[in-house]
Design a protein around this ligand. Structure first.
Ligand code: ATP
Ligand code: MG
Length: 201
């Protein structure tokens, strides 16, 4: 039986917060590997103009090359319309052997929002949910929310503590646009990719 982690995100751009989270959860649950799934057209993110999926995909590939347990999937960026996680998981389920266990990895902020996601009951039944800690989100508050979701949907949600990385893509985009440094917040290859392609200016 294999155990596969699914790490969804906009990855605009990918940074060490994403990578530390995925690696922490992989080790904790002894996952075979983690599949990063850059979102195509995320329904939740309409506040700013999202970078071309091709750039986000390539940055995710660059950031993950040094980890033999990380892979990147084009499943969402190739799909038309909004990317709903439940549709992605349904599609992935068909591709893996039936005894595969899927672990869906999210940060604390995302788990607080999952009740607004499409077919959340179905989603929670299809995969194990892992909520990773994230700076700015208190563990007691998280535990409370998790208990609520667990009660409503009769599904367990796992809370995993990962090293605190006070990094967000929003902050990185802002830094680039203001000409402030992004060094050491994300892999060097991604930093150079951003500069070379003049992203976030
Ligand atoms: P943005 O600021 O554009 O929302 P982000 O940094 O939150 O970007 P996303 O692509 O939105 O990155 O996040 C993808 C997933 O990674 C989400 O589940 C999010 O909670 C998680 N995540 C992002 N940054 C961190 C971090 N620093 N620590 C833990 N989890 C994180
Ligand atoms: Mg986010």
């Amino acid at each position: 039986m294999s155990k596969i982690g699914i790490m969804g995100g906009t990855f605009d751009p990918i940074h060490y917060g994403h990578l530390v989270t995925a690696e922490g959860v992989r080790a904790e649950f002894n996952l075979d590997y983690v599949m990063f799934v850059p979102a195509g057209n995320p329904p939740h993110k309409k506040r700013y103009k999202i970078t071309d999926p091709q750039h986000r995909y390539l940055m995710t590939v660059l950031a993950t090359v040094t980890n033999p347990f990380f892979e990147v999937s084009r499943i969402e960026i190739e799909r038309q319309g909004f990317s709903y996680t439940v549709d992605t998981i349904k599609e992935l389920e068909k591709r893996f052997p039936t005894d595969t266990e899927l672990y869906f990895i999210t940060g604390a902020d995302a788990v607080l929002e999952i009740l607004t996601w499409k077919e959340v009951d179905r989603l929670l039944a299809m995969c194990k949910f892992v909520a990773a800690t994230r700076p700015g989100y208190e563990i007691p508050e998280l535990n409370k929310k998790i208990a609520e979701i667990e009660k409503t949907y009769s599904q367990k949600i796992f809370l995993v503590e990962v090293p605190a990385m006070a990094i967000s893509s929003t902050d990185i985009r802002r830094r680039v646009s203001e000409g402030r440094p992004i060094k050491y917040l994300l892999p060097e290859s991604v930093e150079y990719y951003i500069l070379k392609n003049n992203l976030y200016k």
